[in-house]
Write a new protein. Structure first.
Length: 160
């Protein structure tokens, strides 16, 4: 990731009507420079086309005691969907994860916008952990209220 990629990512997400925080992408760059996160940037025809990050020491989720890295924020820009970019980003993240652990995990949203990602993760050998739904960083208890937003997640892991 280049420092200037943060603004490109922010602007693209904002153009989709999403609610990005510029600080998130600036922090990705800082964490990359500090060696706590890998940030993989895809390019297509010379332009940024998506990203995927690998957090080496996750702070939440069902596998905190395992020291497994977490894949976060896989996104391919809409204009370049169906070109294999997501697969290449995941390949890069999984390869790097294999240098530090024998498993990798991720969280995927449950609303329909995450449908393609859900299918891709299953087809790549990721399995649900069985801990149920998580919301805003915590395991959601049965019958607890939540909102079907980007913070409503299921965790999956894969043996590398």
């Amino acid at each position: 990731m280049l420092k200037t990629d943060a603004k490109i990512i922010y602007d693209t997400y904002f153009s989709y009507g999403w609610h990005p925080q510029m600080e998130t992408y600036e922090n990705y760059y800082k964490e990359q420079e500090a060696g706590t996160r890998f940030v993989f940037i895809a390019e297509f025809e010379g332009d940024v086309a998506g990203l995927c990050t690998l957090l080496l020491k996750p702070s939440e989720g069902p596998w905190l005691d395992t020291n497994w890295p977490e894949i976060e924020d896989l996104c391919v820009f809409f204009s370049v969907h169906k070109k294999g970019i997501g697969t290449k980003l995941l390949d890069a993240a999984e390869k790097e994860a294999s240098n530090v652990a024998d498993h990798v995990f991720l969280a995927v949203g449950v609303h329909s916008g995450y449908g393609p990602a859900q299918r891709m993760y299953v087809s790549r050998g990721y399995n649900f952990d069985g801990s149920g739904v998580w919301y805003k960083g915590k395991q959601l208890g049965q019958y607890e209220p939540c909102c079907n937003d980007d913070d409503l997640l299921l965790y999956m892991a894969k043996k590398l």
